[in-house]
Write a protein that binds this ligand. Structure first.
Ligand SMILES: [Zn+2]
Length: 938
């Protein structure tokens, strides 16, 4: 199994520990279950984050300096050394590795590497040459998110706040005046029939520019965007919005003259800064027109224009009036154009009209078409006329590059892409996903969505560390493309160290290591003799590597963070599905949520980041491990706090205390186990079952709860029942040792250091980590003992309540268990209810028994009560009680008498209803029922 290798551009904090701790628990758990589990680790140097961080440090960015100084306590003199990206990487790599060792991650460090190791680069070259040979690398012209400063495409790892740029396409419909065009950006070209006016921002600066062969009016901000999308733009002059307002332009479809109005909500950097207004079908426009009319009510100049501007209805949808925009404004009770509800109203109408809308009679040849169809048709018509263009936008703008520059969309020509849109490749990826275990299962839908949605993705950059594209040395393979098949490299990396011939031979000039080496060791292609000859590597070593690869691969479980589902983890599936044969496809993915600090997101500004190594030093390794596991299951965000870490520290301390008390000397239990002993072992067996089931699905929170907490309730009950230490006759020492020993084995994956300490304190040899995970033993499950203890506890609670309610300090407590005939009726009632016998028939049958008939009314009354109880009982309970038959209640209570005596500090009597010589001054015995003895206090 593998976990995402860290990116060493800062130290790790508590939040990073979650993924690795879950991975380590998984590795340790499986080792104890007998698997030879490989858990390796490397370091990801490639890409822009290291470059950007070192640069910010060089430039004296106060935020970075403060973070490094105040949060991570890095001395100023050390910071000086971090200004070079490679030095920074190796400094933080050391720090991260120390943290991983200190917290006890069971990593095979022989396989450690970095992604700028020359042999890793050679491996990535092989990876890309193979993709290229399969036709999955394309060269083409596509829109990409782009940093104009770096002149490089940007992806999620290149942006501040790790934002995945989201590219969308909108239409520019060209309105016109005297041969000059006003391109307006819209997602709904079919609404051009309903345009009443255009909006421009009254405070923005516009330009008149020659765009390709035409004159356009656009916002100043639009110029750069168009230039990046293959338009030739020459600005003639700047224009203030005033110059545009209150004039008219021509609608290219209807030919109508349309006025230009001021709209302060228009963003000059969104679209072209010129917007068409469709108040009949766009809630924003509807509201803005109302606001504008109110504002200019008394204006002589604007008044007449505005008076004449009225919404136009062009789409019909069932359940709405002529003006759906108005309906929704009323539904959401929108107050003015700044009301956030406008967004909801817009979304709802957009989707309703697209799916159910039909174009009205006033839309000419489009009349009667569905909105979806009309949209396509109008785009075609406008394209023929040359009145429409497309514009790509970042839908989630602003997206800011790590260098601090705002990103935009660039149409990149002749750039290299990985073609995730290839239909055959998509099929393979889906096939792979369908066979995988995904934990938590609910994120499978996200994977399916991503696999479908992914298209060509730019795979190279001009900045950062990394491997050059083997066939185009101007480009560096970017960080989310060179990190998707490195799991296979862990097998090779062990042989790429100085003791091995592969390293000695090729370290100096890795280009001499032929593809045949990778094809043979990883894909099994070629015969070993030929490959040995071609590579000069001995056959024995080639075969060893190949065997080891086949032994460990595929990766059974990949651990990562949930936010990587939409990129890294999906790429991981894609690349493995095409590179490797099906039997070596990944088997499973575990994705976990974030760690919150005291319930809040960790952030530099909140100063609530605890560096991992400081956390370990303060709370100890195990409390940090358990702390990031204890409060949430995989999919959810978990919350860490000092109070939590301290309470876990105390919990582990208590267990260590128990171990000290038990000591190393083993006592041989001589006596036959009591019901109570059997109960304790049965509870232990149940806990083993529950913890195993939980860890099989990596429900770590549940496992922590069972192993570290719940079992203590049982141990406490066991001790309470036994009371103060008795002579040698009891088995307490042996049973408690057994419990703690089993528990320690279950603790070992979660809190390995504490587990080892306990293991040795209770006198075991060797390491608990080398022991087996406990097996549940069916024969040790004892439902009878469990039900007997349940009864004793229940009666204890009932008695305590009576004592409380009556405020009596009892001198004597008498328990009366039910008479044999009641048990006979009770069991019959359970069976009758199970067979759904009618109540009347049941009573008739009971009273048919001469013995019961002789008891008269009391038997009939009890039979009625018993059948009612049996009918209302949960199925499972009824079945288990039928199976249990008649428990020896009198014996159970007689054995528990000394316990009750200690609890209530008085004499205890136990009788069975109807016993000769029974003392029953208040006639309580007749109220006894099976599982509910009558209680008498005096
Ligand atoms: Zn940049």
């Amino acid at each position: 199994m593998t976990a995402a290798y860290p990116y060493p551009n800062s130290p790790q904090h508590i939040g990073h520990a979650r993924t690795y701790t879950i991975a380590d628990v998984n590795a340790r758990y499986h080792r104890m279950k007998g698997y030879n589990t490989l858990f390796p680790m490397g370091f990801h140097y490639t890409g822009s984050p290291l470059f950007a961080m070192a640069k910010r440090l060089r430039e004296g960015d106060p935020e970075i300096i403060e973070t490094f100084t105040k949060i991570y306590g890095i001395p100023k003199s050390t910071q000086e050394k971090l200004k070079d990206p490679k030095s920074m990487a190796s400094y933080f790599r050391d720090d991260i590795k120390k943290g991983m060792v200190e917290i006890g991650f069971s990593i095979d460090w022989r396989r450690e590497f970095t992604t700028i190791d020359p042999l890793y680069s050679r491996y990535i070259e092989w990876h890309f040459l193979t993709l290229n040979r399969k036709g999955l690398i394309t060269r083409g012209t596509h829109p990409v998110a782009w940093c104009p400063n770096d002149k490089s495409p940007v992806g999620v790892v290149d942006t501040q706040g790790d934002m995945e740029p989201d590219i969308g396409e909108s239409f520019l419909i060209k309105f016109e005046k005297d041969g000059v065009f006003y391109p307006t950006s819209t997602l709904r070209p079919e609404t051009v029939f309903g345009v009443t006016n255009l909006w421009v921002n009254p405070k923005a600066t516009y330009v008149r520019a020659k765009v390709d062969e035409e004159l356009w009016i656009i916002s100043r901000e639009t110029v750069e965007k168009l230039q990046h999308q293959n338009h030739k733009v020459a600005v003639e002059r700047e224009i203030q919005a005033d110059e545009l307002l209150w004039k008219t332009v021509r609608n290219p479809v209807t030919g109508n003259a349309i006025p230009v109005f001021p709209g302060s909500f228009v963003e000059p950097d969104n679209g072209t800064g010129v917007v068409m207004s469709v108040p009949g079908h766009a809630p924003y426009d509807y509201q803005a027109l109302i606001d504008l009319k109110a504002r200019y009510a008394d204006s002589a100049g604007a008044g007449p224009f505005l008076q004449a501007t009225n919404h136009i209805s062009i789409i019909r949808i069932e359940g709405f009036s002529d003006l759906p925009a108005k309906d929704l404004i009323e539904k959401f009770a929108v107050k003015d154009q700044n009301d956030p509800h406008l967004e909801h109203a817009t979304q709802e109408l957009y989707s309703k009209e697209f799916h159910d809308g039909v174009m009205k009679e006033n839309t000419g040849s489009y009349s009667g078409m569905t909105v979806a169809k009309a949209r396509e048709a109008i785009v075609q018509e406008l394209t023929r006329q040359g009145n429409i263009e497309t514009l790509f936008e970042l839908k989630n703008a602003p997206v800011v590059c790590r260098c601090g520059t705002r990103c935009l969309v660039h149409i990149l020509e002749n750039q290299w892409f990985i073609n995730y849109g290839d239909p055959e490749w998509k099929k393979l990826a889906h096939k792979c996903l369908d066979q995988m275990i995904i934990l938590p299962e609910e994120i499978r839908a996200e994977f399916n969505y991503t696999l479908d949605w992914l298209r060509e993705r730019a795979c190279a950059r001009t900045v950062g560390l990394g491997t050059k594209l083997p066939w185009d040395q101007n480009w560096i393979i970017e960080a989310l493309s060179d990190s998707v098949v490195y799991m296979a490299y862990y097998i090779l990396s062990k042989y790429f160290t100085k003791d091995w011939v592969v390293f000695k031979k090729f370290e100096k000039d890795t280009s001499k290591l032929p593809d045949a080496f990778f094809n043979f060791t990883l894909l099994g292609e070629g015969a070993v003799d030929g490959v040995a000859e071609e590579t000069g590597i001995p056959k024995r070593i080639l075969s060893t590597i190949r065997t080891e690869f086949e032994y460990f691969y595929p990766v059974d479980m990949r651990h990562s963070a949930r936010e990587l589902v939409s990129n890294h983890l999906s790429f991981y599936i894609f690349h493995h599905s095409t590179l490797f044969p099906e039997r070596q496809w990944p088997k499973g993915i575990v994705a976990n949520g974030f760690v919150l600090m005291e319930g809040a997101k960790m952030s530099k500004s909140l100063q609530n980041i605890i560096p991992l190594r400081q956390g370990i030093a303060r709370f100890g390794a195990d409390p940090v491990r358990v702390g990031v596991l204890a409060t949430a299951e995989l999919g959810q965000d978990t919350s860490f706090s000092e109070a939590l870490a301290t309470s876990i520290q105390e919990r582990l301390g208590t267990l260590l205390g128990q171990a000290r008390k038990l000591g190393a000397k083993k006592t041989a239990g001589k006596s036959k186990p009591s019901t109570l002993d059997r109960w304790m072992i049965s509870r232990l067996s149940n806990a083993v079952h529950a913890a195993t089931t939980a860890l099989d699905r990596l429900r770590v929170r549940e496992a922590v709860n069972i192993i570290l907490y719940q079992l203590d309730n049982d141990v406490a009950w066991y001790n309470r029942r036994l009371g103060p230490k008795k002579p040698r006759s009891d088995n307490r020492g042996r049973i408690l040792r057994r419990v703690l020993e089993t528990r320690t084995r279950m603790m070992a994956p979660l809190a390995p250091h504490t587990a080892e300490e306990i293991w040795s304190r209770i006198g075991n040899k060797g390491f608990v980590v080398q022991n087996k995970w406990p097996e549940e033993k069916e024969m040790e499950k004892d439902p009878r003992a469990e039900s007997a203890e349940g009864l004793i506890r229940h009666v204890l609670e009932d008695t305590s309540e009576i004592v409380k309610a009556t405020s009596i300090t009892p001198k004597r407590v008498a328990y009366y268990t039910a008479a044999d005939w009641k048990w006979q009726v009770y069991l019959k009632a359970l069976k009758a209810a199970d067979e759904q016998m009618r109540q009347g028939d049941f009573i008739k049958e009971v009273m048919g028994d001469p013995l019961l008939r002789s008891l008269g009314k009391s038997a009939a009354d009890y039979a009625g009560k018993a059948i009612q109880q049996a009918n209302q009982m949960p199925d499972e309970m009824r079945k288990s009680r039928i199976q249990d038959g008649v428990p020896a209640e009198t014996t159970i209570f007689a054995e528990a008498a000394d316990f009750y005596q200690r609890e209530f500090k008085c004499a205890i009597n136990v009788w069975k209803e109807g016993d000769p010589g029974i003392s029953d001054p208040k006639g309580r015995a007749r109220m006894a029922e099976p599982y509910r003895p009558a209680i008498y206090l005096e």
